[in-house]
Design a protein around this ligand. Sequence first.
Ligand code: GLU
Length: 298
Amino acid sequence: MNRPVFRFAPSPNGRLHLGHALSALLNADRAQAAGGRLLLRIEDIDRTRCRPEFEAAIFDDLRWLGLHWEEPVRHQSRHFADYRAALDGLVRRGLVIPSFASRREIADAAAAAQAAGRPWPRDPDGAIVFAGDEAVLPAAEIARRRAGDAPMALRLDHEKALAAAGDTLFWDETGAGPCGQSGRIAALPWRWGDIVLARKETPTSYHLSVVVDDGLQGITHVVRGRDLFAATAVHRLLQRLLGLPAPVYHHHRLIVDESGRKLSKSAGDTALGALRAQGATPAQIRARVGLANLTAGR
Ligand code: GLU
């Protein structure tokens, strides 16, 4: 029988905090309970924000928490060729469009539309939806850039992608979405517009690399924070287009601060390193994130 495969996939762009501890420990507990494997993946595609000292701290914090993972650890920054191959396949199928508008130009166009009383669509995270350079730049400027400049980004043409995907997409959710959704969830990827697959400065994107890696590593169970629940729709679309199987998803509750906000990587006093320096034990961290002490004494 194939053993279930779990992964914890942090980005080394800050120190791990209590929210990461919950995610990592849930992955470890569930892998153990299922007789499965636990992988650690370093999601370091953003070379400007990721730093070696944050990566070293991730290893230290996770070891201190008592986690054991398989070697070798996959670093996304060493596998850009895998994401490029997946992207090239989508390009060959005519599902990718180059876009020439910068982030600033897109933001300005949305702000101007909103100021003029024309609401601009937002994705489930509240970010501006992009659906074509035409909404952002004058036609002559688009033509000029097409003739000369390299595109700012390569994006998935969501209309063509949905047509190519065929049927409605679903995923199996064993956790819950923000409104308590559980069980068989219908994916709504169109809500994200034409998502970025690669940028001028980064040759892949979070969505593309996470889906390619989950497929290549044979991940059967994705356990991660509820903030990624809605994005799973995009992941299911990419999995279908790339011929990859769907893992089972478990989106867990988020740990919030006193004002009810999700913890951020700069959340000093909830950083695991800071708590450890103040004398906290791994058992106390488990208790603080609401997990029973299954592994007490380890
Ligand atoms: N690297 C992502 C993060 O640190 C997590 C990706 C995932 O679990 O799918 O938020």
